[in-house]
Ligand binder design. Structure first.
Ligand code: AMP
Ligand code: GLY
Length: 422
């Protein structure tokens, strides 16, 4: 079995390592992969969004199966293109990936099917948006439609900030073309939980829950990032919450997509907030989260390829999917200055005994030496019997990886540990 994985971050590294646990897997290509992934897969130069190049590679090589991991190629239709060539894929087609590709689509879907989410209105007219804002309390949340690389969300604390946000998105096009349409929504409160799920469009199997740490600084301060660390499971996701989510959110969403003629097959990510009124959807993603995958996949006991193929072939109901009841923690090591501006090119050495626990995101090979090449450089994941032990072990390993200008948060898991003790 030869597998092509599209993408080149820590999430893709986690997927590749897990796929390779299956003894039938021979070659894994990563397009583009990165200098760290090169240890575990054959990296193919190119861009994850260059569908022509992806298809050309797939036509020229014996690819049996493909995993399209990032949002943008999914939304662009990478799965449709590969399927048309006869290559089975893990990941939704473009019609289903729109659940992440358009906030306006996902909000309308939730309204139509009664799936709990923040109250909202959609605007493509700036004046109408400004009028509506006058009627809304602050804080208020303003989102650009479309993929804005996870950064298209502004939480305005005052009416002035709200107006500035509308102008930044609609006039100054702060998030590019995705700002032609905006969603203005109610500010929700409560702990956030990420639940990734496997779904074949009929059956939905939630994976172990997780908690991301999105802000750059300790104590959840500073700018939003792609994620500075994760823990799993998330203590706020109790059995009672899980049962409500299945009933009120997961099944209704999968059925809604099927009813819309857009059956979703792949990993459907539910970004949830556990509000005083119950769990509500903050966002859907059409893919594994990053760095959620780096804590969720190490806890998966069932063979990943077996589950993925069951998803692709529409027979997920037949495959029991099991997770370990242990705990995982992932600490991201970033370049100082991330997510704004940072330097690259610093040499990086990963001790051999730590390498199995490392998922490389932004590093390149230069004359055989691994050097930093991105904002988030790598993640280190530890699995242990308790969350405290997992967190301690992850920080221990991170402490043994050194590169100039490295930056970490020091409190990954702190909030979850407090919730466990409370
Ligand atoms: P997103 O880019 O959609 O993941 O949103 C980034 C972050 O903004 C989320 O993780 C939440 O912390 C926050 N957020 C988004 N929408 C809301 C909302 N309606 N109420 C409160 N916080 C929100
Ligand atoms: N960690 C959040 C995301 O992958 O969107």
């Amino acid at each position: 079995m030869n597998i092509l994985v599209i993408g080149g971050g820590g999430r893709e590294h986690a997927i590749i390592k897990k796929l390779k646990e299956n003894p039938t897997v021979e070659t894994v290509w990563a397009l583009p992969g990165n200098g760290g992934i090169a240890r575990d897969a054959v990296c193919v130069p190119g861009k994850a969004t260059d569908l022509d190049a992806i298809c050309a590679f797939a036509a020229a090589n014996p690819v049996d199966y493909a995993v399209v991991a990032p949002d943008d190629p999914l939304v662009l239709g990478a799965v449709d293109r590969l399927n048309a060539m006869g290559i089975p894929c893990f990941g939704p087609n473009a019609a289903a990936a729109v659940i992440e590709g358009s906030n306006a689509f996902s909000k309308e879907l939730m309204k139509k099917y009664g799936i709990p989410t923040a109250r909202y209105e959609i605007f493509s007219d700036r004046q109408a948006a400004l009028e509506y804002l006058k009627t809304q309390p602050v804080p208020v949340v303003i989102k650009a439609d479309g993929l804005a690389l996870g950064k298209g969300v502004i939480i305005a604390q005052t009416p002035e900030e709200a107006e500035q946000a509308v102008d930044a998105i609609m006039l100054d096009k702060k998030f590019g073309k995705s700002g032609d349409t905006i969603v203005i929504e109610e500010f929700l409160t409560g702990p956030e939980v990420s639940v990734l799920s496997f779904t074949d469009g009929k059956t939905v199997v939630p994976m172990v829950s997780s908690m991301d740490h999105k802000r750059a600084g300790d104590g959840d301060t500073g700018l939003n990032t792609g994620g500075m660390g994760t823990v799993a499971p998330n203590p706020y996701y109790t059995e009672e919450v899980a049962a409500r989510c299945m009933e009120e959110i997961f099944l209704p969403t999968v059925r809604a997509m099927a009813a819309e003629g857009r059956p979703f097959a792949g990993c459907l990510y539910f970004g949830l907030m556990i509000t005083p009124d119950g769990p509500k959807v903050i966002e859907y993603n059409c893919r594994f989260g990053d760095p959620e995958a780096q804590v969720v996949l190490p806890l998966l006991k069932t063979d990943l390829l077996t589950v993925m193929q069951a998803v692709t072939e529409g027979r997920l109901a037949e495959v029991p999917v099991e997770f370990s009841d242990r705990h995982a923690a992932c600490v991201i090591m970033a370049s100082a200055g991330y997510p704004v501006s940072y330097e690259k090119g610093y040499p990086l050495t990963i001790p051999e005994d730590v390498a199995d626990h490392v998922y490389v995101a932004g590093a390149a090979l230069k004359d055989g030496q691994l050097v930093t090449n991105g904002g988030r450089v790598l993640g280190v994941t530890a699995v242990a019997d308790s969350l405290q032990e997992a967190v301690d072990a992850a920080y221990d390993m991170a402490g043994r990886i050194r590169f100039d200008n490295s930056y970490i948060r020091h409190d990954i898991g702190a909030r979850a540990l407090k919730a466990i003790k409370a």
